[in-house]
Write a protein that binds this ligand. Sequence first.
Ligand code: 3HC
Ligand code: NAI
Length: 693
Amino acid sequence: MIAVNDVTALSREGEVAVITINSPPVNALSAKVRDGLAEAFRRAIEDPDVNAIVLTCEGRTFIAGADIAEFGKPPQGISLPDLGNLIESSPKPVVAAIHGTALGGGLEVALCAHYRVAVQSAKCGFPEVNLGLLPGAGGTQRGTRLLGVEAALDMITSGRPLPAAKCRELGLIDPLAPEGELREAAIAFARDLIAQNKPLRKVRDSDEKIAPARAHPEIFENFRKENARKFRGLLAPEYCIRAVEAAVNMPFDEGMKVERRLFEELRDGPQSKALRYVFFAEREVWKIPDLPPGTPTIPVNTVGIIGAGTMGGGIAMNFLNAGMPVTIVETKQDGLDRGLSTIRRNYESAAKKGRMTAAEVETRMALLTGTLSLDDLANCDLVVEAVFENMDVKKDVFRKLDAIAKPGAILATNTSYLNIDEMAAVTTRPDCVIGLHFFSPANIMKLLEVVRAKETSKAVIATAMQLAKRIGKIGVLVQVGYGFVGNRMLAQRQREADALVLEGAAPWDVDRVLVEFGFPMGPFQMRDLAGLDLGWSRETSKSATIREVLCEMDRRGQKTNAGYYDYDENRKAKPSATVERLVEDFRAKSGVQTRRISDDEILERCLYPMINEGAKILEEGIAIGASDIDVVWINGYGWPRYRGGPMYYAGEIGLEKVLDNMRAWQAERGDAFKPAALLEKLVADGKTFRDVK
Ligand code: 3HC
Ligand code: NAI
């Protein structure tokens, strides 16, 4: 094997040249890889003894796409479309040998090859849309020609990778190769091509699958309509559709030009910039300064859950899905029965929707044991308590657990707000105590706040982060503090949402503004969904807030068909005249001068205090970095991903603007708006949150 540069190499197997990329971790198409490939292809094409070329990758995967870190920097080396043309116009057949994931630019390179061989475990996809982009190196043009319009639209706008067998069915892949024998199979395939003098099959020349769509231009409009909700607020899916339309209606080279123009517009726009930031932010969370890679972890094979309520059941499902046996404890038989049957019902409903088989439901349920005795948790490697949010109850559980759990077991709490150090202090092993703060519904929401208490050991933290990955969550390590990261910031938004209503905004206006910003729902819709009576009790209720009065009136949210909104039998919400009157009474009582409140003020009042709180969280070291806070808000609270998270957003609109507003509000309304010292400092130094680490 001859190195072409330090990431590409060329070797010869008789008349077949094998070009190999070795650029860990994922063989992304950096300038060096592109240049190396171009040089290797030129050499192989020029070599008179070579009659076919195989392109393969070392390491865990075929090319996983363009190098995302290069976007936004001055271009270097050969461009990807030019490299694609060089490969496609090779006079000698080119075979791409795919293992792992051929993604984005990686799949585009493979589509420039004349044939594609893949192992069964391989996947192909166009994930660009997740980065606010479209496949910009011929993917929309070649992909559509190979897949046909419907499959191309689906694959390109969803970003979902497809398994090799499915790709073969769709025409993306030619033969499948046995696992572990890809290189040999691809070379043998290339030899066959030579022996049979097979033609060069250039995707750009194929028309068969797109021709029928020319008579049906409505396909595109229908697709837009069907997906309008899913694509709300996003630019990239619409651009993908336009590029696919161009593939159908224009000659190849013209279509390529349209694709390039659309790609560049997206790449240079704010949504893609934010989404690329999020891509790296979601990988940054795993890198913990005082926890070097290789920190020892504790084997976790069996899990105990205490409390089979809303959270306990959902938490259990995560571990069952990962194939881990779970024992769940309740205080009374009826509570246990209810908890267990909810879990079964959730699985059965997933099976009905085709998301799992009936057999898979049973496999998961067989891993689940219900009990009324804490003693049954004696052998668990991890125990997560999800009992009522009450410190005395939690302490009691931890005390008992301490006496029962085996040495070395991890004792976790799902508390939303309470001080985990206090819980740890009632045990003889505070180093084993940690917070695992799941979000509701716990089997669905991606976020897991992993809360390290003062004495939590590094091994326990490293294990918790590893477990988060294992159950498919994004783990963000935070420290103890009221409401940790997410709920602490949420409280700011909720306070302002309530205040805005008293000052003159309608609850539905507040919700509308936040939904228009990109949240899936506004603060009042969220309250109605969660139940207004979370943390409320009739005995202590004093009619002091609109929420309290609504609870007293049994308007407790969606579950009672009434809350801030009225709900019809299909759970469709409409503004409530009762609430309108109630709000007016409250305004009159509170003596606040009501006024017309602009949408801008609603947005700023809801978001800036959150950002300010985020600054305090950073300052106090509760979160490790600003990007961690962004990941929490995107994955736990529906912050629109394409706006990068609150701290990123602050940088985009300018920290100065946030600070000026906070100062003005502080002067008008008091110290709830006191700017964080960090915010003041960053503005003074001309820096942003991303400079803090
Ligand atoms: N560019 C730069 N770095 C990349 C990268 C890429 N395309 N893909 C992955 N990486 C880096 C990650 O940042 C991470 O770095 P770190 O270890 O320093 O944090 C490392 O590679 C490993 O990545 P993961 O932790 O994500 O590893 P996994 O094994 O979990 O997943 C993967 C591997 C499925 C390839 C996943 O990394 C992935 O989905 N990557 C992105 C693929 C993608 O979006 N490709 C399209 C790029 S845009 C494009 O191609 C435009 C073209 O059309 C012109
Ligand atoms: P829940 O009231 O639905 O469930 C609590 C369950 O714990 C009940 O079924 C109760 O019978 C059981 N329980 C109480 N004491 C027990 C004991 N000593 N032994 C065994 N079981 C016991 O409450 P939910 O909503 O599931 O909350 C549980 C915890 O999760 C709380 O700490 C809460 O703050 C937290 N949390 C709740 C979220 C939510 O959205 N509901 C989100 C994130 C965290």
